[in-house]
Design a protein around this ligand. Structure first.
Ligand SMILES: [Zn+2]
Length: 380
């Protein structure tokens, strides 16, 4: 998240005044600035809040999380009477509270609905402080999806009678990937405003061929299948992202065979379908998408969880066959590895993975000029 830190530098004289506290019995020295009014303009992707001042003043601002909020201390400032809390509630800012924190400081607290970027600009004639709060997006700009980037399909692997891989402690792939998928859905909806289609939202069996059929029939723009890996080698661990193609190596082939086990199609069928389809598949775009998703998962899990980067690979995954949009399959960790199974059991770890996939999707879209257009929210 990029935050904007800025300190106004107007009141060089006022800073001297604050050093001399009044002697007992003397009237307190009046702060120099009056905060006379707060005005605000909420809209869909940003909120502008304006603090009207009698003079320029210095301030200090800080972003805090858990819950997300911003506080701003206006130095040498007082408010006349009480300013009642302002309820904004546009999905970015919940409430703005203002109070005389001490004799010389007015504190403003913005309670946010979630992570946000903000920017403070001191303006003159008349003197005021302008605070713009944005949904957390790319570098403080709103990411507007173009009409051609509106639908993202999230495909949690397996489900129902097909549990996928199972860990030594009994953790099932189908449950883990559903949870990660639902977390990802929330992020994509909240932060990109894109339409999300889940191939499943509960523990049901969906044939592999139906999953891309759903994506195609809705004219989806991206397809992301989420899986947990498994290997006979207990020590195998790490993250890899696949696109459709002929198997890169033996491990990739084993992974595809296991992930394809829910289809009655034979391997020969698949190879045949593949040679037929590979020329039309959006391979370059799938590779770029894989690059962003893989990179972000590894970056996020590397130091804290010692994630191993197994790279981007190809293999004949039946679930990716027929996809008419860029499509990838992420193997988020090895459920067969005792350490990684332990991590996968934690909600915190699954959230990290969902955030990382989200970040990868966002950067993919951001790097596709035809798909992402910077918003106009800042240009007021
Ligand atoms: Zn799987």
């Amino acid at each position: 998240m990029r935050r904007y830190w800025s300190i106004a530098v107007f009141s060089f004289i006022l800073s001297f005044l604050s050093l001399s506290s009044p002697a007992a019995g003397e009237p307190a020295e009046a702060p120099a600035t009056l905060l006379s009014a707060i005005r605000y303009w909420p809209d869909q992707n940003s909120t502008r809040i304006v603090f009207e001042l009698s003079n320029p003043t210095t301030y200090f601002d800080k972003y805090l999380s858990g819950p997300d909020r911003v506080y701003i201390d206006l130095h040498h400032t007082f408010i006349a009477g009480n300013i009642t809390p302002i309820e904004i509630g546009n999905g970015i800012v919940k409430q703005v509270r203002t109070g005389q924190h001490d004799k010389q400081t007015v504190r403003v607290v913005l309670e946010l609905t979630g992570a946000a970027d903000y920017k403070i600009s001191p303006l003159t004639s008349p003197d005021r402080l302008v605070l713009d709060v944005y949904r957390e997006t790319m570098g403080g700009q709103i990411l507007n999806l173009s009409p051609s980037m509106q639908t993202i399909v999230i495909d949690p692997g397996h489900g129902g009678k097909d549990p996928g891989a199972t860990g030594k402690r009994g953790l099932m792939e189908k449950d883990i990937v559903l949870d990660v998928g639902l977390r990802l859905k929330r992020l994509v909806k909240d932060r990109l405003g894109a339409n999300v289609i889940m191939t499943r939202e509960k523990d049901v069996f969906i044939p592999l061929g139906e999953r891309t059929a759903i994506a195609n029939s809705k004219g989806a723009d991206l397809f992301v299948s989420i899986h947990a890996n498994s290997s006979r080698r207990v020590g195998a661990r790490g993250v890899e992202t696949y696109l459709l193609g002929k198997a890169t190596d033996k491990d990739a082939m084993d992974t595809a065979l296991r992930e394809n086990s829910a289809t009655e199609k034979s391997f020969d069928d698949l190879q045949f379908i593949l040679t037929d389809l590979l020329t039309t598949a959006k391979k370059d775009e799938s590779l770029r998408l894989a690059y962003y998703v893989q990179g972000n998962i590894v970056d996020r899990l590397e130091s804290r969880y010692k994630a191993v980067n197994l790279g981007i690979k190809q293999a004949p995954f039946f679930v990716l066959v027929n996809a008419k949009m860029p499509s990838i399959l992420a193997e988020i960790s090895f459920i067969s590895n005792p350490d990684e199974e332990k991590f996968l059991a934690r909600g915190e770890y699954r959230q990290e993975i969902a955030e990382a996939i989200f970040e990868g999707l966002k950067r993919y879209i951001q790097s596709t000029p035809m798909l992402a257009q910077p918003g106009e929210a800042q240009a007021r």
